[in-house]
Design a protein around this ligand. Structure first.
Ligand code: CUA
Length: 158
């Protein structure tokens, strides 16, 4: 079969790129142990309300950790607890979230915080809110008839 030279080059390039990308994924997943950056801690979804820190949703000051506050969220159809919270400007905050029932989203609009909350897992992200204002938290995973109503608010104040 005759193949044009450029076609051959293109095929080799395409196959080569695929091999390189799959190798990178393989090495980072199995050799370096990379995983999705959340859902590493597990929790009994039936006992969220009595499991620390989810028995105290909201902003909690902590001592002796790399962050100043823990901002704890419990998601359930169709709301977040807390519904609204004030965070001091510039504070280092560890956001911790889980769900009691189905999969919910947790996206803080205007930031890079965007997590998928799965029952039985805890999502965590350490962040600093360095811009004053109101941030909307929305659910971006379809979770039922009230999905579009599911939101919360973070007020970053001086
Ligand atoms: Cu919760 Cu959509």
């Amino acid at each position: 079969m005759h193949m044009h030279k450029f076609e051959k080059i293109w095929l080799i390039f395409g196959t080569g790129a695929l091999v390189v990308f799959l190798s990178i994924i393989g090495v980072s997943a199995f050799h370096l142990g990379h995983k999705p950056p959340s859902s590493l801690t597990i929790i009994d979804p039936q006992k969220v309300d009595t499991t620390a820190p989810f028995n105290k949703p909201g902003l909690n000051k902590v001592e002796g950790k790399e962050w100043d506050y823990e901002l704890v969220y419990v998601a359930s159809a169709f709301f977040y607890n807390p519904a609204e919270v004030e965070v001091p400007l510039g504070a280092k905050v560890k956001v911790m979230a889980t769900t009691k029932d189905v999969i919910h989203g947790f996206q803080v609009v205007g930031t890079n915080i965007n997590m998928m909350l799965e029952p039985g897992h805890v999502n965590e992200i350490v962040t600093t809110f360095d811009k004053e204002g109101e941030y909307l938290v929305v659910c971006n995973e379809y979770c039922g008839t009230g999905h579009h109503l599911m939101s919360s608010k973070i007020k970053v104040v001086k």
